[in-house]
Design a protein around this ligand. Sequence first.
Ligand code: MG
Length: 374
Amino acid sequence: MNNLATYAANPEHSIGRLYPEPPSSTRNAFQRDRDRIIHSTAFRRLEYKTQVFVNHEGDLFRTRLTHSIEVAQLARGIARTLALHEDLTEAIALAHDLGHTPFGHAGQDALNECMRDFGGFEHNLQSLRVVEKLELRYAEFDGLNLSFEVREGILKHCSIKNARQLGDVGQRFLDKTSPSLEAQLTNYADEIAYNNHDIDDGLRSGLITVDQLEKVELFAQNLSQVKALYPKLEYKRMVNETVRRMINTLVVDLCTYSANNIAQHQPKSIEDIRRLPQLIGFSPEIAAKNLKLKQFLRKNLYHHYKVNRMSAKATRIVKELFHTFFENTGLLPDEFQVYAEQEKARAVADYIAGMTDRFAIREHRKLFTVEEYL
Ligand code: MG
């Protein structure tokens, strides 16, 4: 890759894979990791998993798959601007949501509650578990045997208790060191992607309105620019123009502020990056505006009563599935029954976490409705 900064992650100097493998003759280690992620079962399931809107609610809403593609696109653009390794950011972005349960945060919260006495459930840890253990595709190892740098990027946060059990990727939470800049920026790309596409989906669904959003500075500023430039623009284009300008505002700020931060600290190597505080970030001004946007979405979209209704159903489905399987593991598919003999609760949680929205709904119907064929 051309023009790579000396402190960028470099696949030729990767910390490596858990199971050593000969290098690919056509791809660098991070490209290979990305390809393994794209070919995984968990990746294909992202198409039928959603965060705010359940998959069957409409064809135009984001799914976890389109979200992950948007994150990858933003992350690559930011990486290129900062002379960091694009392939690494792409791999992290495409894998970052692999561990999500069906029904977004309602599903994760319900499963976490069910798992309270068994170590809990956290989607970020689950993404790591998917790539380290649950994907069974290769003859010589469980999981995808990804490079350290990709696994490090997937694990965005983690408690000290969990960090102690995670080995190499847990260590930085104990040492309080930083991950690669590629991992740091992919985190921001995630946030930029979902805040903006949730506005877009929120408006399309009618759950939030432009009038409400005019109280959010980041939206209002960009909207007034659009209105000044194109006073007669129809509604859909006006929304789209505003959202794309918001994304641009955030990306440009992130790149500029982070580049300054990097220049001030003068890292020479990725080892320096790991020792330094996190250098990727928004300017304080944009960070404050971005926070207001998140608070707006939490209050007005994520807790809209119509979303609450779906969340309540999702919670009920996940909890009923969990308790039913936990009480009678004979109802699980064969391979999960074998696994449940060793770790009952975790096997049930892994089975449920792997479900898509519609699979979970169907599975629930099969278990609770007498008329439904098995
Ligand atoms: Mg995400």
